[in-house]
Ligand binder design. Structure first.
Ligand SMILES: Nc1ncnc2c1ncn2[C@@H]1O[C@H](COP(=O)(O)OP(=O)(O)OP(=O)(O)O)[C@@H](O)[C@H]1O
Ligand SMILES: [Mg+2]
Length: 236
C-alpha cells in the first residue's frame, strides 16, 4: 500500500541529544491523523524531521511513492507537503496578501488563481487582504497560517498545535476548518494538546511518549482507552 505520508523509524535530535528514537507514523490518502502526547514528547521534533528542518539520523520519509528523506523544505514543498509550525507561522509586518504570496514563493505560475481559491476557502481574510498580519486576532492568524500552507494545494498538510492559545469556541472553528480542508482531499497530520477534540475530528491517532511510539489506533478507540483518558484527556 502506498501512503500519502509514511515516516519509518525516524531518529532525530539536537546536538548530542537524541529526541526521537525510531518513530513511525503513516497517513493514508485523504486521511486525518492526530498525534498526541505530553509536553516534550517530541511531537514538534517529529514534524520538523518529516519536513526536512531537522536531519533524520536514521529512518525514512516517503511522500506518496517519493523518498523525501532529508530533502530541503523547499523541495519537500514542491513535492506536495506543507507545514504550519507551532509558533511564528505568519509574518506580522507583511499584509495578509503578501503572507499568502509567500506560501507560493517556490512557484510564480498561476498566482492570481491560487490566491482566489484560498480566499474562497477563507472569506474572512478577503476583506482584510491589505491589513498587516500582525493586526489579526489569534484565531485569524491561525486561519492565515492555514491558508498560506494551502497556496500550493498540498497532498499532505502537517499542523503543529493549530488550536494553541485559542478560546474553546475558536478551537472548534479551527478544527472545523481543518476538517473541511481534509474533506476537500488533503491528508492531514495534526499535532495537538487538545487531545479529545483532535481525536474526535481524526480517523486515527498516535500517542507519542519520550520520543517513542506508545499507542496507535482508531481515534474512537483511543478516546475510549483507559490510559489515554487518564493521561491525556483529563479523566481520573
Ligand atoms: N531547538 C532545540 N534545541 C535543543 N533541544 C530542543 C530543541 N527543541 C526541542 N528540544 C527538546 O526536545 C524535546 C522534545 O521537544 P518537542 O518540542 O519536540 O516536544 P513537543 O512534544 O512538541 O512538546 P510540546 O507539547 O511542549 O510542544 C524536549 O526535551 C525539548 O526540550
Ligand atoms: Mg510542540
Amino acid at each position: 500500500m502506498t501512503f500519502a505520508l509514511e515516516a519509518t523509524g525516524l531518529v532525530a535530535g539536537y546536538g548530542e541529544a537524541e529526541i526521537l528514537h525510531s518513530v513511525s507514523v503513516t497517513v493514508a490518502d485523504g486521511e486525518m491523523v492526530a498525534i498526541i502526547g505530553p509536553n516534550g514528547a517530541g511531537k514538534s521534533t517529529l514534524l520538523k524531521a518529516v519536513f526536512g528542518l531537522l536531519p533524520a539520523r536514521a529512518g525514512e520519509v516517503r511522500l506518496g511513492s517519493e523518498d523525501v528523506t532529508n530533502h530541503t523544505p523547499d523541495r519537500i514543498v514542491a513535492a506536495g507537503m506543507s507545514y504550519v509550525p507551532q509558533v511564528e507561522n505568519v509574518f506580522p509586518s507583511l499584509s495578509i496578501n503578501e503572507n499568502l504570496e509567500m506560501g507560493a514563493f517556490i512557484r510564480r505560475d498561476g498566482l492570481p488563481e491560487r490566491l482566489e481559491r484560498v480566499y474562497e476557502m477563507f472569506p474572512d481574510l478577503t476583506s482584510r487582504r491589505r491589513d498587516a498580519a500582525g493586526k489579526l486576532s489569534g484565531g485569524q492568524r491561525q486561519m492565515l497560517a492555514l491558508a498560506r500552507a494551502l497556496m500550493l494545494d498540498p497532498t499532505v498538510l502537517l499542523l503543529d498545535e493549530p488550536s494553541a492559545g485559542l478560546s474553546p469556541k475558536m478551537v472548534h472553528i479551527i478544527f472545523k476548518k481543518i476538517l473541511e480542508i481534509n474533506k476537500a482531499g488533503t491528508a492531514v497530520l495534526l499535532v495537538e494538546q487538545n487531545a479529545r477534540e483532535a481525536l474526535s475530528f481524526s480517523q486515527r491517532g498516535y500517542v507519542l511518549v519520550a520520543g517513542e511510539n506508545r499507542l496507535e489506533g482508531d481515534a474512537a478507540g483511543l478516546i475510549d482507552n483507559e490510559e489515554v483518558g487518564r493521561l491525556y484527556l483529563g479523566e481520573s
